[in-house]
Design a protein around this ligand. Sequence first.
Ligand SMILES: *[C@@H]1O[C@H](CO)[C@@H](O)[C@H](O)[C@H]1NC(C)=O
Ligand SMILES: *[C@@H]1O[C@H](CO)[C@@H](O)[C@H](O)[C@H]1NC(C)=O
Ligand SMILES: *[C@@H]1O[C@H](CO)[C@@H](O)[C@H](O)[C@H]1NC(C)=O
Length: 413
Amino acid sequence: MWLLLAVIAVSLAAAVRFCLYKPLPAAIRQQWKLWLLDDIIKTVIRLARVMEWLGLGHHITASRNTSKRLEGTVKKLTAGPDAGYLAVSDVVFDGVPVRIYQPQTEGEGQLRRGLLYIHGGGWAYGSPRDGAYDQGSRKMSKELDMVVVSVDYRLYPESRFPTPYLDCLAAAKHFLSPEVLAEYGVDPQRVAVSGDSAGGNLSAAIAQEIAMDDSMSVKFSVQALIYPVLQALDFNTPSYQQNRDMVILNRSAMVQFWLQYLGADLSLKSHFFANQHSSNVAPDLMARLDWTTLLHPKHRNDYLPVRGKGPRRMERILDEVPGLLDVRAAPLLAEPEVLAKCPRAYIMTCEHDVLRDDGLMYARRLSDAGVAVKAENYLDGFHACFSLTMWPFAFDVGVRAFADYVRWLRDNL
Ligand SMILES: *[C@@H]1O[C@H](CO)[C@@H](O)[C@H](O)[C@H]1NC(C)=O
Ligand SMILES: *[C@@H]1O[C@H](CO)[C@@H](O)[C@H](O)[C@H]1NC(C)=O
Ligand SMILES: *[C@@H]1O[C@H](CO)[C@@H](O)[C@H](O)[C@H]1NC(C)=O
């Protein structure tokens, strides 16, 4: 019954799509599959809004519940993960639930690589147990003979900034303590922090915090950021302008995630589209995300910066939403001295993603601060592709990006 309704709803969405067809950028392959995935996501969100309207709970909770059921159905249709090689356990690190993946190979007593993974989902969705994240962690653990700790931090609407940040920081500090690393057989010289999208934001922020913390004897040796979210002051970078209406993640959805995370008034969204919220930010701070100097001309293209003055209320928005200037939320705003202490970085971005320039500018600023950076921009990439490597939604670019990430970690961790 439930499945039938879902099929009808997705078909309707697909029919609407067919009538209002707008082609995706030509570089993107397997477009029909991407459209279908986007239709499913939009349908789930629409149904969830109806449920909220009917008084059945918050739409984000409802979307999460529906996705879980959909995923359960897909799982029944596919073979389960092969578990034999890995021990997977759910434990608590300093009050924060985490899922740990430990290879069960020969070589007792031999130290392994370790990686703290922070999932994405706009600080509102996602969990280490979700199919794509769970499978991704299993693959990383297996291919790199590595202990993976995936953090189940608290999400919106139950929590907002700085709770997710503090959860991830607590889990990171616990993992990096010499006793815990020893317990899991992890080499203190080879521990990475990594995450995608909102998880890339949290990873970058935590890498900065730990790098600056003199009380930590063990630090992360590398950071690997997958299309990270790094700033909320300019929603008109060339990539925001170019990909404003892209599938999977558009500008409106990204701004909404930010406002939710920072506890801002959602009705102000249109002012944020016009960058009216940053009209009073000090020029030296704005320079840290000035894409007219930080981006390569091929990415600047012919786009023009957008600066706007809004109504009175927008002049005081920085007092109302202090998170906008908080480096724990916007790592791109960090001072050069902080960046200089950060670990070597791998930064993956996608050409057709609103977040592309956040990642490219961070790569440039880290590199200017003297940090070794490998930046990889996928010309046929789109947001979320890194997690789309399995049936029924496997994409060539996702498979390639995942393999490149594993290769970089093998060589650098
Ligand atoms: C989602 O699932 C939880 C746990 O099963 C349930 O308590 C909650 O009412 C559900 N919420 C919605 C909006 O469906
Ligand atoms: C942006 O994405 C959201 C969430 O997927 C969707 O509800 C909305 O219609 C999209 N907006 C545009 C202009 O496509
Ligand atoms: C992560 O996002 C928050 C909220 O915008 C921001 O204040 C913080 O600076 C970001 N962190 C990084 C490392 O970009």
